[in-house]
Design a protein around this ligand. Structure first.
Ligand code: HMG
Ligand code: MG
Length: 287
């Protein structure tokens, strides 16, 4: 699951043109990625970087075999997404109160309620819905997050009818020991196909976390071309695990992905002048 155009670009300081975003998405789909999170219909006051979500969706070349999704925080976001012809949306809930407040100005309970309304309406309209559970491995404000809360919220998201919950390490603090401790608890409540894992790479443990999760039958991992990304409401969190770095490891393990690693790396390199800083991806840095 490629999240660079959304999770990556939402946290870039530079103003990136709509044309550059469109070209980025098209390069990623041409590279063989089959699920791309294109943008977010969130409040433009909160995330000005993605205030052109509708224009990006209007400009991309939609391939029939690719799913293009958008993050939506509320009914207004869903309406904007539908007006842009979006068929896949993602709802998001946090596992810690402080992050929930900082990121969406509401409590976890209120967020669950809003997400349920959005999911019901989206499913009724024939859309596919993905869920995210943020701060599942730790909160930038509160520190450790209780495992029972992570399991309960994941189960609640699955019960809303989402096709998968991306259990997310928003700030990149997870390590393989934590993955090995959390997954058995989660898999007692939901099946491996209900889950995806979304790692940020702040402390360099994201790939090790993927390797640990593969042993539990998890087959969907979120990543961002070039390792772009972060969350503006999670201080010090860096980018997502880089897609190229993930592909390098998976291909080395003889796991087929259908994705051309150098084409992803080229897509990231084409974005580098726009973001104005070197890319975090180790693969792309050392090609
Ligand atoms: P709020 O200010 O409390 O919203 O924000 P409100 O409902 O009180 O409305 C205030 C104004 O915003 C109104 O406009 C609304 O119409 C407008 P006004 O009447 O003042 O002119 N508004 C909107 N406009 C456009 N689109 C919308 C929308 N909603 C309201 N959808 C809200 C609450 C949830 C909207 C806001 O806090 C928000 O957008 N938060 C999103 C922040 C965000 O995008 N964070 C990053 C994504 S999450 C993430 O990165 C984590 C993830 O990667 C997984 C992981 O790593 O953990 C997914
Ligand atoms: Mg994220």
């Amino acid at each position: 699951m490629e999240v660079g155009p959304r999770d990556g670009l939402q946290n870039e300081a530079a103003r990136i043109s709509t044309d550059a975003k469109i070209a980025f998405v098209d390069r990623l789909s041409a590279a063989g990625l089959r699920h791309i999170e294109v943008s977010a219909f969130v409040s433009p006051k909160w995330i000005p970087q993605l205030d052109d979500a509708g224009e990006v969706f209007a400009g991309i070349t939609r391939r029939p075999d690719v799913r293009y999704s958008a993050l939506v925080p509320n009914m207004k976001g869903l309406e904007r997404a539908q007006a842009a012809g979006v068929t896949d949306v993602a709802i998001f809930v946090a596992a810690s109160e402080t992050f929930s407040q900082r990121n969406t100005n509401r409590t976890i309970d209120a967020s669950v309620q809003t997400s349920r309304e959005v999911a019901l309406a989206a499913l009724a309209a024939g859309l596919r819905v993905r869920g995210y559970l943020s701060t599942a491995f730790g909160c930038p404000f509160e520190g450790p997050v209780p495992v029972e809360r992570v399991v309960t919220l994941t189960r609640q998201l699955v019960d809303m009818g989402v096709f998968a919950v991306a259990v997310s390490d928003t700030i990149g603090v997870a390590h393989p020991g934590q993955v090995r401790a959390l997954l058995p608890e989660l898999l007692a409540a939901v099946s491996p196909t209900d889950l995806a894992l979304h790692f940020h790479d702040t402390r360099g443990t994201a790939l090790a976390n993927v390797l640990a999760a593969l042993d539990f039958g998890i087959t969907t991992f979120d990543a961002s071309a070039g390792g772009l990304g972060g969350c503006p409401y999670a201080p010090r969190a860096t980018g997502n695990l880089a897609t190229e770095d993930l592909l390098y490891m998976l291909h080395g393990l003889d796991i087929e992905t259908g994705v051309d690693i150098n084409a992803v790396s080229d897509a990231a390199l084409a974005m580098a002048p726009h973001v104005g800083h070197p890319l975090a991806s180790r693969y792309t840095q050392t090609r």
